[in-house]
Design a protein around this ligand. Structure first.
Ligand code: NI
Ligand code: MN
Length: 225
């Protein structure tokens, strides 16, 4: 699969003609001003939780593309009530299509909509397609529940927040990568706002010291898994 970083925690994932967008927050991110939402393809939009910095462009994208919004029950109902196509799930459940599966897994965080309404419990996804698997942690603290993932899935990439303040920082993300047994990490949820600005060179050095590879992509750039 091809994974493009769209800034903050937003991703575009493509494999065999299937397009998935994760947590679209583009129009509110000045650093992503070169990304044109109208150009983005999506068959599915995966939403980890209801915070503004993960849902801002969900409706625009869903309107443009007709994509199915896949998320927890409360978030799916929120969009279903607005007549978007949705698939509702909850922790432990797996959404399976002909080309991929996405399991909704635990995250330690909160999940209210911008107006304060209930956004269910936050989560992450284990996405498997083309015999490759990636972990999209979502916004989360370090949690022992991460150890459950490698019991079932051999990961090829772990996409972890590293910005601290609202999620794990670098030191906890290194432990998280041990817990999920994956040494190739794509960092996200850093530098977008002043409280989550990090020293990127220091982060790379810390991961490298543990024989792990931390990939930090420029917005709009891709990696292959
Ligand atoms: Ni959040
Ligand atoms: Mn966030």
């Amino acid at each position: 699969m091809n994974i493009t970083y769209l800034g903050h925690a937003s991703l575009h994932i493509e494999f065999e003609g299937t397009n998935i967008i994760v947590d679209p927050f583009i129009s509110g991110n000045p650093m992503a001003s070169h990304i044109n939402i109208a150009d983005l393809k999506a068959d599915y939009i995966l939403v980890t939780h209801a915070h503004q910095d993960h849902i801002l462009d969900v409706e625009t994208l869903a309107k443009n593309t007709g994509a199915t919004i896949v998320s927890n029950y409360e978030i799916a109902m929120h969009y279903g009530a607005k007549y978007f196509k949705v698939f509702a799930m909850n922790h432990g459940g797996t959404y399976t299509t002909e080309t991929f599966s996405a399991k909704y897994v635990n995250a330690i965080h909160t999940s209210s909509f911008p107006d304060g309404s209930y956004g269910g419990q936050p989560g992450g996804f284990v996405l498997t397609a083309n015999e490759k698997s990636i972990y999209i942690a979502g916004d989360t603290a370090l949690t022992y529940d991460m150890k459950l993932i490698p019991l079932q899935t051999k990961l090829d990439l772990a996409i972890l927040p590293i910005g601290d303040t609202f999620t794990m920082g670098v030191d906890d993300a290194i432990i998280a990568s041990d817990f999920v047994e994956c040494d190739r990490i794509l960092g996200c949820h850093y530098d977008s706002f002043p409280p989550i600005v990090i020293d990127k060179t220091d982060a790379m050095i810390k991961f490298k010291a543990k024989a792990k590879s931390l990939v930090l992509l420029d917005i709009g750039k891709s990696i292959e898994v």
